[in-house]
Design a protein around this ligand. Structure first.
Ligand code: 5RP
Length: 222
């Protein structure tokens, strides 16, 4: 199977998982990226069975709206039963690296609110130790050099994501060669640097359920 076929398979598995659990007033948290896009397109078939969605990026909001799915501000949405999103890497504890698409901060906020965070990913994303994928950090623009120096002190190699601005008007530093054998500790240390908005480690709040697309079928890992 191709990577896109695996992404479609996990998107369908997520829709199949949430469909019987949705109520007419349910609001679903929706992530960002190509896997999340497949999920949005399939979720649209159920659009009359739930109230609407909270989006983790402007791109996701546009795609949801293009399907006629109402998009709510998180502050005016009630409880979120589910947040469904992809990942750049996952380990066996369902700790993740996210933010390849630069939407990490809003993704982390929506994941924090949701009762159940369902991660959908193809098997190429499963790793033993996080960190092969460069770890994105969203930074207030004026703090770019300061944060870069602090990241070097933590043992990482920060690279400015040239020409990219987040939905929040900030920049991204991608960290290469970082030892992430203790993800919660690294997540907290990075977030403590002044000027960091957030980083793409989802370890304090990992996924609750991983739907992993493999050539043998979709595996559910909780
Ligand atoms: C965006 C993300 C995405 O979930 C992550 O980059 C995975 O993307 P894709 O589903 O396209 O492989 O964190 O900020």
């Amino acid at each position: 199977m191709t990577q896109d076929e695996l992404k479609k398979a996990v998107a369908k598995a997520a829709v199949d998982y949430i469909a019987p659990r949705l109520e007419r007033d349910s609001v679903v948290g929706v992530g960002t990226g190509s896997t999340a896009n497949f999920f949005i397109d399939m979720l649209a078939e159920l659009k009359n069975e739930f109230d609407g969605a909270v989006a983790s990026s402007e791109a996701t909001a546009e795609r949801l709206k293009s399907h006629g799915i109402p998009v709510y501000d998180l502050n005016s949405a009630g409880e979120l039963e589910f947040y469904v999103d992809g990942a750049d890497e996952t380990n066996e504890h369902l700790e993740l690296i996210k933010g390849g698409g630069g939407a990490l901060t809003r993704e982390k906020i929506v994941a924090e609110v949701a009762k159940t965070f369902i991660c959908i990913a193809d098997e190429s994303k499963k790793v033993g130790v996080l960190g092969e994928f460069p770890l994105p950090v969203e930074v207030i623009p004026m703090a770019r050099s300061l944060v870069g120096r602090e990241i070097v002190k933590l043992g990482g190699d920060p690279v400015y994501r040239d020409g990219f601005t987040t939905d929040n008007g900030n920049i991204i530093l991608d960290i290469y060669n970082m030892d992430i054998s203790r993800p919660i500790q690294i997540e907290e240390r990075l977030n403590n640097i002044v000027g960091v908005v957030t980083n793409g480690l989802f370890a304090r709040r990992p996924a609750d359920l991983l739907l992993l697309g493999t050539s043998r079928g979709v595996e559910s890992i909780a």
